[in-house]
Design a binder for this molecule. Structure first.
Ligand SMILES: Nc1ncnc2c1ncn2[C@@H]1O[C@H](COP(=O)(O)OP(=O)(O)OP(=O)(O)O)[C@@H](O)[C@H]1O
Ligand SMILES: [Mg+2]
Length: 251
């Protein structure tokens, strides 16, 4: 069953056809990679699906409901969460509070966050469990702004995961980290996703990572889908190989 489906989705910025008639299907349970050169439209597509941008035209269906005009909070409630290419953390709050805030917002408990956080044992336990799953429990008291880049990327994914989504978008979770940190982040993220049976869409430039972790790969070029297939099919696709050799870089 398709969990998410976009229909002729369009978003232009002036003359730039960032997303230009995209029909994307994400199936229940898959780990999908979205790849393509810088400026191909990957982040814009995720911004449209997560309601950070409104499309010029087209539709978005989630579990067969038309969610095209639902605001961010309602899409989160429906089960869509995302992490950010440039992390979206409260730098002046601890790692713990960043995750606790997500747990609270999911429960609709927005008032008196900090007094509640001390008293609400269930939230505390769940927050610690999320931090543990991502291997950053020992950093719980560290301000997000003081974490190393790899830890910040993991925390940003942890915050999205704490919303307990059915569909999790990860926009370059390994950008700006060392090769060693990259492997650790991907191992952690993929094990959390697989253990939670979460459907995940990851944007990633490193094709070694993409081939290693993906069930399916969708290749974007200039706002359109150029190819869609299994890692083997994409590896053998000459057009894709030529495009990817055009040296996309991580940002
Ligand atoms: N808010 C905006 N205003 C104007 N142009 C934009 C805006 N956001 C994106 N664009 C343009 O739309 C195109 C697609 O951008 P997008 O960020 O979606 O690409 P991307 O595939 O995520 O690239 P990267 O791999 O570099 O992150 C680019 O030409 C970009 O400059
Ligand atoms: Mg991007």
């Amino acid at each position: 069953m398709s969990l998410l489906r976009t229909q002729k989705l369009v978003k232009h910025f002036g003359d730039t056809r960032a997303v230009d008639g995209v029909d994307l299907i994400v199936s229940q349970g898959e780990f999908l990679s979205l790849v393509g050169a810088n400026g191909a439209g990957k982040t814009t597509l995720v911004n449209l699906i997560s309601a950070y941008l409104q499309p010029d035209s087209g539709h978005i269906f989630f579990q067969d409901q038309d969610i095209t005009f639902l605001p961010v909070a309602d899409r989160i409630k429906a089960g869509i969460a995302r992490s950010f290419q440039l992390v979206n953390l409260f730098d002046d709050l601890s790692a713990f509070d960043n995750v606790a805030l997500a747990v609270f917002s999911r429960e609709g408990k927005t008032r008196n966050l900090f007094t509640l956080a001390e008293k609400d044992d269930a939230v505390t336990q769940e927050t610690l469990e999320v931090l543990r799953e991502f291997g950053i429990e020992d950093k719980r008291e560290t301000l997000a702004g003081g974490l190393a880049q790899g830890e910040r990327k993991l925390l940003d994914v942890a915050v999205a995961h704490a919303l307990r989504p059915k569909l999790l978008f990860l926009d370059e979770p390994t950008s700006g980290v060392s090769t060693r940190d990259k492997a650790q982040i991907m191992d952690t993220v993929s094990s959390v996703v697989r253990a939670g049976k979460i459907t995940a869409v990851i944007i990633e430039h490193d094709m070694d990572v993409v081939f290693k972790y993906s069930d399916r790969i969708v290749v974007m070029q200039e706002g359109s889908i150029l190819a869609d297939g299994s890692p083997d099919e994409i590896r053998q696709n000459g057009e894709v190989a030529a495009m990817l050799l055009g040296a996309p870089t991580s940002t």
